[in-house]
Design a binder for this molecule. Structure first.
Ligand SMILES: [Zn+2]
Length: 188
């Protein structure tokens, strides 16, 4: 009866190994939940790629729980001619941004970029006309070039990303952030 006994020993060793692997997996979970990468892609951003990089640096400096980097395509940056700049958020940290080239000649392109990325990071519009508020968008006028989120806006983003469970897949479209001059025509 040597073989059955050896089998029991091996089974016991295997169970111990699986238990050890399970323990390792549990230990890693909390560490990965604190900071979340938001991987943006500027391959389709044309002349706005540099602004996307600047906006990523602004958001990285303003927040604790996200790290924006060119590590994938969770966030695509596009540009177009006319129609208005807008953001489409598929889930927290995932979606795409479209920058209107014409609009970016009227409003600060960096403020537009940082604002639209703000939507991807969970923020909604706040058309209060206050240039100190990034999500006030075009309501602050063409003279407002502030590209920085307020402390409250940055704290809100940190709170969204502190909850690992957030990020339900409900697509939201954020348009009409940048009411431009009448010559531009219909804006979305
Ligand atoms: Zn907006």
């Amino acid at each position: 009866m040597r073989m059955p006994k050896m089998s029991r020993i091996l089974a016991t060793l295997a169970a111990a190994a699986l238990t050890a692997l399970g323990a390792v997996a549990v230990d890693q979970a909390p560490a990965s939940a604190a900071i979340r990468n938001v991987c943006y892609n500027t391959s389709q951003a044309g002349p706005f790629a540099g602004y996307a990089n600047q906006a990523a640096t602004i958001w990285n400096n303003a927040t604790k729980n996200i790290n924006m980097a060119q590590c994938g395509s969770n966030l695509m940056i596009y540009y177009t001619y006319g129609g208005g700049s807008y953001a489409v958020r598929n889930s927290l940290g995932n979606g795409y941004v479209v920058i209107d080239y014409y609009q970016a000649q009227q409003y600060s392109p960096l403020r537009i970029m940082t604002h639209e990325i703000g939507h991807i990071l969970g923020l909604a519009d706040n058309y209060n006309g206050n240039c100190a508020i990034l999500m006030s968008g075009g309501s602050a006028g063409t003279g407002c070039t502030n590209p920085y989120p307020s402390a409250g806006e940055a704290a809100a983003v940190d709170s969204y990303f502190s909850f690992a469970a957030r990020g339900a897949t409900t697509t939201e479209v954020f348009a009409d952030s940048w009411p431009a001059a009448a010559t531009v025509g219909a804006l979305r």
